[in-house]
Design a protein around this ligand. Structure first.
Ligand SMILES: NC(=O)c1ccc[n+]([C@@H]2O[C@H](COP(=O)([O-])OP(=O)(O)OC[C@H]3O[C@@H](n4cnc5c(N)ncnc54)[C@H](O)[C@@H]3O)[C@@H](O)[C@H]2O)c1
Length: 325
């Protein structure tokens, strides 16, 4: 049985999710779309031949919709999760779950009380390369993991307001990856480039490893999200995380290779796979692989990084970061 899912917020990522649900997630049916801008809602609704509205309440009142994908600006996520939960709809919420850990905890509690599932959009967990890194940790191939290095570069800053600072908007992907690969984070030390569009964050992990996360919002050349895990027995590096499938051009003593233009290109498969998973969640076939608790933990690390940047000193992450209040 296919899950009937709708998308709220039809900007860069919401359009992509709507298209994926309509065209390449067999376990799901795109059952409606909503956007605050009427012209946008109409355009995407007509494109896919589904009902459209600018009213989230109307969309949530549709009894045929079992779950929603929330892809509005981040500041609105907690309230929309709560409204969807109150209407009894399962929720896939884009990252970050919100900009404030307290509001996010309330949203998680609301979903739990309503008995609806909440999945969060950390798509790396559905990406084959990142899954290979995790498998190398799990099967012991690396020995003791000592160092984790992540680089995360966007070509240009995000267009819209309401997305949060570099740690909340970009870093949460890496902070989630660090937790997933190296365990809970206990201490954070962050520094920012003078222009504010790049940062380096050092994280101490409870299992003993240290991680370095490098973030750039204006790297120009393309989208790049790569990692390297250094263990006592072996090191694993994501070999082509920044590249499109294609050829390498060897000429004049150098080699050139294509890079992904943006996150949509690099993570195309992972975006489909996370919605396949959500379709299974919405029909009761699986529990969310990425939870509200994971989202809050990543957000706490992001707010700790902002405090460290402001104070210029390492800051301890609050205890029980992985558990909503
Ligand atoms: N997982 C990823 O790789 C990834 C990539 C891009 C964006 N995101 C996240 O997705 C979210 C959206 O980002 P974006 O870049 O698509 O933003 P965007 O600004 O391009 O689009 C947001 C859309 O939401 C609509 N909107 C605003 N308020 C609304 C409301 N109350 N009800 C319904 N619609 C409303 C706007 O009209 C707009 O069309 C953000 O939280 C962002 O962090 C995640």
């Amino acid at each position: 049985m296919s899950a009937r899912l709708a998308v709220i917020g039809l900007g860069r990522i919401g359009r992509l999710h709507a298209r994926n649900l309509a065209t390449c997630v067999p376990a799901a049916i795109l059952a409606g779309v909503a956007d605050a801008e009427e012209a946008v809602a109409r355009e995407v609704g007509e494109l896919h031949g589904v009902s459209w509205t600018r009213s989230v309440d109307d969309l949530l009142a549709d009894p045929d919709i079992e779950g929603v994908v929330v892809a509005t600006p981040s500041a609105l996520h907690p309230e929309l999760v709560q409204r969807a939960a109150a209407a009894g709809r399962h929720v896939f919420c884009e990252k970050p779950l919100g900009l404030d850990p307290g509001a996010c905890a309330e949203a998680v509690t609301a979903a739990e009380r309503a008995g609806v599932a909440l999945q969060v959009g950390f798509q790396r967990r559905f990406d084959p390369e990142w899954q290979a890194l995790r498998a190398a940790v799990d099967d012991g191939a690396l020995g003791t993991l000592n160092v984790l290095r992540c680089s995360h570069r966007n070509p240009v800053p995000p267009p819209g307001p309401g997305l949060g600072d570099i740690f909340v908007d970009m870093g949460v992907h890496d902070f989630d990856a660090v937790r997933w690969l190296a365990g809970e984070v206990t201490e954070v030390y962050a520094a920012e480039a003078a222009r504010g569009d790049a940062a380096v964050v050092t994280l101490r992990c409870g299992r003993g490893a240290i991680a370095v996360v490098e973030l750039s919002r204006s790297a120009g050349y393309g989208f790049d999200a790569a990692a390297e895990l250094v263990g006592t027995a072996a090191t694993i590096r994501s070999a082509c995380g920044d590249r499109r499938p294609g050829t390498v051009l060897l000429r004049d003593g150098s080699a050139t290779t294509p890079v992904a233009r943006d996150h949509a290109e690099r993570h195309a498969a992972a975006y489909v796979r996370e919605l396949e998973h959500f379709a299974s969640v919405a029909t009761g076939g699986a529990d969310p692989a990425v939870t509200g608790s994971d989202a809050i933990a990543a957000l706490r690390i992001a707010s700790t990084a902002a405090r460290s940047r402001a104070t210029g000193a390492p800051v301890a992450v609050e205890e029980h970061a992985g558990h909503p209040a």
